[in-house]
Design a protein around this ligand. Sequence first.
Ligand code: SAH
Length: 212
Amino acid sequence: MEDTYRHKGLRRLLVEEIRGKGITDERVLDAIGKVPRHAFMDSGFIAFSYKDSAFPIGGGQTISQPYTVAFQSQLLQVAPHEKVLEIGTGSGYQAAVLFEMGARVYTIERQRELFVKSQQLLAALDYRIHFHYGDGYAGLPAYAPFDKIIVTAGASEIPETLVQQLKPGGRMVIPVGESGGQEMILVEKTEPDVTISRHGAFIFVPFLRGKT
Ligand code: SAH
């Protein structure tokens, strides 16, 4: 898919909009400025690719709002070469943003169709990401521990298995709450304990158990 001057111009405006909403990490803003969001959209919504909203991507799921992607990425404090696990590949947009930030990205999706589609798309765009089909509640024990973990679906609680797969000093960002809305939670693995902090209200599709 072509990335035209018009797309690039719209992305610059989107970056400024997100900056205006309080995102200050330049590496996050740079990544949002680079990833062609129009390639990740469902065909019916392409005209809205650079609007700061979530949109349906099929399978009852959504591509996250760019501000939310930026907020979670900023809270994670991703440094180049860090190993990052994403739960909920969806469209693959968040994974591409993390890749642009220099992370080594592992991502899990429970819906086979989305897993297949995003794997093909990201390979075509030359985003070299490790894709896994399965239940994100289990994490990826074979590749653990991770520097950072990001959950992009709303969980009812903080899964202990995922905390275990964090390195000491690692960070996990996860929206926690009921289906009507969640609170963004940052879990810092400050061994022997964890430190939990709250970072505002968001709305995500649910983090479901099992795979389809
Ligand atoms: N990060 C995505 C947002 C996807 S929405 C993006 O940038 O587009 C959340 C995704 O989490 C959905 O695709 C949903 O199918 C997936 N999901 C929900 N529960 C899951 C689980 N237990 N394991 C893996 N993926 C899950």
